[in-house]
Design a protein around this ligand. Structure first.
Ligand SMILES: CC(C)[C@H](Cc1cn(Cc2ccc(C(=O)O)cc2)nn1)C(=O)N[C@@H](CCCCN)C(=O)O
Ligand SMILES: [Zn+2]
Length: 302
């Protein structure tokens, strides 16, 4: 906790007044939270594509300009994502060694996406029709940071079945972090003129064109072997598991499987085994164990 820690406030993407940690630096307040691990730092690419861009700053520590909303949401949401992993699993950032959490907003022009580039999180502003600034969604920021956690733990390769598991872990923990049990991905920032829709649904993947059973696995060369499509299968299994064993036990089972049993080339069947092993470790081979087995049976993965 550096001495220069300050408490800033501002307006987020969804119009909420948020407070967060800032740092006084050369007479201006910057979006640097030195209280969490190696820090949470939020930058702007100023609609360019060079990263990380410039630290977002404000003279009076009140980040209320419209142009600051994406940064305010990113900074605030990543503080919450850091706290989720620290408070629930005592994990200190994605590497468990206090790596600095860097986010860049205002990436590109009307950029309808968000991603983890191996070093940092990057958020587009959206075009205002398909997306509003994507850092406004806690499940999206949780999704992106979980890619980093996966990289430093299971290391699931980003293609075919391991890649779909990688994607699913990001959707699953994005939902745990958001905590509203809607099993949706990106709903807060997707199509502002169409309430209630989302990019993906874990409870009904088929609603947005994803398979929810191994019998419908999509073999394609697109998107690294359909990682954002075939993630519907493990996502559905996660939904069924959470509904059976409950939110708290499911979180512990998934975290233990991700950090202890999954590995770079794990296939869906290996994920079933990893989750069963994690369940057995934590809760024995009773109701929870049978629920996990049943979930994967229902999506056609033995
Ligand atoms: C997290 C989530 C909100 C985000 C959503 C997303 C956005 N897009 C592009 C996109 C653009 C337009 C539409 C449309 O309906 O018109 C839909 C999707 N595809 N996926 C997403 O899933 N991003 C990928 C980005 C991957 C980049 C390649 N590594 C990821 O983090 O896995
Ligand atoms: Zn992803």
């Amino acid at each position: 906790n550096a001495a220069s820690d300050a408490t800033g406030s501002g307006t987020g993407v969804l119009g909420k007044k948020l407070t967060f940690n800032t740092t006084l630096n050369n007479g201006a307040y910057v979006l640097v939270d030195q209280s969490r691990g190696g820090g949470v730092e939020t930058y702007s690419a100023n609609n360019g594509s060079s990263l990380p861009g410039d630290l977002v700053s404000d003279a009076d520590n009140s980040f209320t300009d419209k142009g600051q909303a994406a940064a305010v949401s990113a900074h605030y949401n990543i503080e919450k994502v850091y706290d989720y992993y620290k408070n629930n699993f005592n994990r200190n950032s994605y590497d468990n060694k206090g790596a600095t959490l860097k986010s860049t907003v205002h990436y590109g022009n009307d950029y309808n996406n968000a991603f983890w580039n191996g070093q940092q999180m990057v958020y587009g502003d959206g075009d205002g029709r398909t997306f509003i600034p994507l850092s406004g969604s806690l499940d999206v920021t949780g999704h992106e940071l979980t890619h980093a956690v996966t990289e430093y733990t299971a290391g699931l390769q980003y293609r075919s079945q391991p890649g779909a598991l990688n994607e699913s872990m990001s959707d699953v923990f994005g939902n745990f972090i958001e905590g509203n049990h809607d099993y949706l991905v990106g709903e807060d920032v997707y199509t502002p003129n169409t309430p209630g829709d989302a990019l993906r649904s874990m409870s009904d993947p088929t609603k947005y064109g994803q398979p929810d059973n191994m019998s419908d696995y999509v073999h394609t060369g697109q998107d690294n072997g359909g990682v954002h499509t075939n993630s519907g299968i493990p996502n559905k299994a996660a939904y069924l598991t959470i509904e059976s064993v409950g939110w708290d036990k499911a979180q512990k089972i998934y975290y233990r499987a991700l950090t202890t049993y999954l590995s770079p080339r794990s296939q869906f069947s290996d994920a079933r085994a990893a989750l069963l092993q994690a369940t057995s470790d934590l809760y024995g081979q009773g109701a929870e164990y049978n629920a996990v087995a049943s979930a994967w049976d229902q999506v056609g993965v033995k």
